[in-house]
Write a protein that binds this ligand. Sequence first.
Ligand code: 4GM
Length: 249
Amino acid sequence: MTIDVLTLFPGMFVGPLDESIVRRARDAGHLDLRIHNLRDYAHDRHRTVDDRPFGGGPGMLLKPEPLFEAVEKLGGAEARVILLDPAGRPFDQALARELAGERRLLLICGSYEGVDERARSALVDDEVSIGDYVLTNGALPAMVVIDAVTRLLPGVLGDDESAHDESFSRGWLEYPQYTRPAEFRGMKVPEILLSGHHAEIAKWRREQAQQRTAQRRPDLAGANAAPPDAAVGRPQRATDEDERRESSI
Ligand code: 4GM
């Protein structure tokens, strides 16, 4: 997938997208990420990108001309063009999955004052919000979308990593998980998880996932969907190999 980003703050994208799984996806050629400075598409002496709203009122708006030129030059007609905006469609795992199926995305990061309506209606396919709060600009929301979409691209996650999403995708929160040691500062791992009884462990995990979802997120689809899957691996016994193995985190 190719993702173009239009932003007034290209420096904000340095760092978060150069680490971890997104880094790996870029290096492996699954993601071609291109960050563009919107100011490069403004051609007056001061390279102006914003102006005061007609009719008065506080703040400034992104001007249409640099946005039109940038989107046209970057081939916006061949991409799904998305404006990050607190008034947009709520971003969730289902939308991440939908976007991961596109060949090209073009993400436009506005600033807290907003965007001229003509640019919005002529250039933008979807307005997307990562949550009900206002940020100083759309760079962080764009990075959230890029991260969530990238890890869903075919080949990016190994089977083990992607299996982890299954339950959440179907509307259930994760069951509690534990790793060694079996007792830490007097806090014990639930006996059932050490028992080696696969069916019992799966049942316990399903119940835990259901309880958690009901308590914390009754709004999730899980409230009405099929019960959660509960993955059960081999019994968790520490082996010499485990002891030698480096943490993968
Ligand atoms: C207004 C219009 C997105 C403000 C367009 C962007 C929060 C989100 C901005 C804009 C933003 C969000 C910039 N703040 N909740 N600020 O996804 O891009």
